[in-house]
Ligand binder design. Structure first.
Ligand code: UTP
Length: 291
């Protein structure tokens, strides 16, 4: 099962981190010195993804600009001899023709955003990557999932899952756990935000998926669910009636950068993972905590 395309839904409003997201897309918020969207595109590149599909919305055009070449900046950096910076920009840029941008005219939910990519994805399995969730690990989360998908073969769907404390399961999409092989298990049920005490397990659905194209047919008629939004989890429950779903317990620390506390924690974690910043950052934090 070759996965060539990844869909990045970036049309949400980011209300949890307002007012930062009033005029700027949430996906352009910066962790250390790179926008969120750059981290997930790099993760997808590392996993062998060849085409990057962005589902954008109003006020999101800066994301398209971010992946374009900036001639004036390039010329200025060149004139000033800043070759290291030029190299970083060149490395971060996807190849010509390797990006597509489509619009979700209204933020009707994650399921609807994914459905907006149907014509660009076509009739092949694809990945969905949520840019506001970062996983700090090498190999990245998507690479781990694609490796798991290759082992499973066939028409499998995979979801990255993470264990959450029992008293918090009602905040998440939760999967039931079937037969297990290493870090991969068969999903034998999914439920969006189960009532307290009714969750089938502690495994929550996170922001990385590998889906078969039949999901688009289900999304076409998917009714609104939790939060009055068209939910991807509801469509996956529909697809699970005819196709297999697997949970992948990925290695690495997940950061929910769409919440204020998660965003701050991610900046510290990614900063501490950088050899050029670690020592200085540690000293600063120590000094601050001793105040
Ligand atoms: P979230 O629910 O975390 O994003 O969706 P949100 O709605 O922007 O944020 P809050 O909850 O209001 O703070 C996860 C991803 O799905 C995209 C978002 O842009 C984000 O990257 N999304 C969500 C869409 O593209 N369209 C939607 O209708 C909803």
């Amino acid at each position: 099962m070759k996965i060539r395309k990844a869909v990045f839904p970036v049309a949400g409003l980011g209300t949890r981190v307002l007012p930062a997201t009033k005029a700027m897309p949430k996906e352009m918020l910066t962790i250390v010195d790179r926008p969120l969207i750059q981290y997930v595109v790099d993760e997808a590149k590392e996993a062998g993804i060849e085409h990057f599909v962005f589902v954008t919305g109003r006020n999101k055009s800066v994301i398209e600009d971010h992946f374009d070449r900036m001639y004036e900046l390039d010329a200025t950096l060149s004139a000033r001899g800043k070759t290291a910076e030029q190299e970083v920009l060149a490395r971060d840029q996807p190849a010509a023709g390797a990006t597509s941008f489509t619009r979700q005219q209204a933020p009707l939910g994650l399921g609807h955003a994914v459905w907006c990519a149907r014509d660009i994805v076509g009739d092949e399995p694809f990945a969905v990557v949520l840019p506001d969730e970062l996983v700090l690990n090498r190999p990245g989360c998507l690479k781990q999932m694609i490796e798991a998908a290759e082992k499973l073969g066939g028409n499998s769907n995979l979801i990255a899952v993470e264990e959450v404390p029992g008293h918090l399961t009602h905040n998440y999409g939760i999967c039931g756990v079937g037969a297990r092989q290493g870090r991969t298990f068969e999903i034998n049920g999914m439920v969006e935000k189960p009532k307290q005490g009714t969750a089938p397990s502690n495994f929550s659905i996170t922001g990385r998926y590998i889906l078969q194209p039949q999901i688009f047919r289900i999304l076409e008629t998917q009714e609104r669910g939790a939060g009055n939004e068209i939910q991807l989890t509801d469509a996956m429950i529909g697809l699970a009636r005819t196709q297999k779903f697997y949970g992948v317990e990925f290695e690495g620390e997940r950061h929910d950068c769409g919440s204020k506390a998660g965003f701050l924690r991610a900046n510290i974690a990614f900063g501490m993972a950088r050899a050029d910043l670690r020592d200085g950052l540690r000293e600063e934090m120590k000094r601050y905590l001793e105040k």
